[in-house]
Design a binder for this molecule. Structure first.
Ligand code: UDP
Length: 237
């Protein structure tokens, strides 16, 4: 294993990643395991930003019959619950953190201020970005792409249940083929399940690579950053 290839990365976790086997709510054993993985990166000197989804609690599109904006506000609040849970798990194992939210809730967390976020990162604090982008009709994938661009992250680590991008669902089709490398354009053209198209376009336009990998395999994040070929790497060319 060589030296770490990256100085600053953005980790995107889905809300479900925190839920464990039930798929709902927060399993603190799982949150602790994720926190330990993040700690390995911090101990290597990598600056880590994190965006957590909210799907383990609420997704805007689940609000059938609801006003979409209200439903999305609920989703953004769900991401804040998850951000605080991850913060707690990280601080329990001695990792310094800050939560910054795109919707102001000053009593609970800092508002998102880019320069401040960058300063925290420089000081070795993990910055967890809550409330997505602060706007309805967006996803936390898009928020991760946006914040990654703003903080100059070199890579988005996109944690998934499966170990990369496949041409079809590997859980349903045993002959599904895994891609080692793809371009953003291929992801968009082939409609591959990576990020939603808004997030993928943002990454493409701003030349942000995305590494799709399985969170379930311990040590995977560190291995990826040390240059081992795991998962699927999505790049501009
Ligand atoms: N959301 C939003 N704007 C954002 C990010 C999130 O309105 O910028 C809402 C949206 O309703 C979404 C929910 O928050 O469904 C939870 O986020 P997401 O579905 O991306 O979570 P994940 O699927 O990653 O757990």
């Amino acid at each position: 294993m060589g030296a770490c290839k990256y100085k600053r990365v953005m980790l995107k976790l889905s809300g479900e990643a925190l839920a464990g086997s039930t798929g709902f709510g927060i399993d603190f054993n799982v949150a602790t395991r994720i926190a330990e993985e993040i700690k390995e990166l911090v101990d290597m000197g990598v600056e880590v930003g994190a965006v957590v989804g909210g799907g383990n609690i609420w997704r805007g599109r689940e609000g059938e019959g609801m006003d979409r904006t209200t439903a999305d506000h609920m989703g953004m609040l769900a991401t804040c619950i998850n951000a605080l849970a991850l913060q707690d798990s990280l601080e329990n194992i001695g990792v310094l953190t800050r939560v910054q939210t795109a919707i102001e809730m000053k009593e609970v967390a800092e508002p998102f201020i880019r320069r401040r976020a960058v300063r925290h990162l420089e000081k070795g604090r993990v910055v967890i970005f809550g409330a997505g982008s602060g706007n309805p009709y967006f996803s936390t994938d898009t928020a991760a792409a946006l914040r990654a661009a703003e903080i100059d992250a070199e890579l988005i680590l996109l944690a998934k249940k499966v170990d990369g991008v496949y041409d079809k669902d590997p859980n349903k089709y045993p002959d599904a083929k895994k891609f080692d490398k793809l371009t953003h354009m291929q992801v968009l053209e082939q409609g591959l399940q990576v990020m939603d198209s808004t997030a993928t376009s943002l990454c493409m336009d701003n030349d942000i690579p995305i590494l799709v990998f399985a969170l379930d395999e311990p040590g995977n994040i560190k291995r990826a950053l040390m240059g081992e070929e795991i998962g699927t790497l999505v790049t501009k060319k």
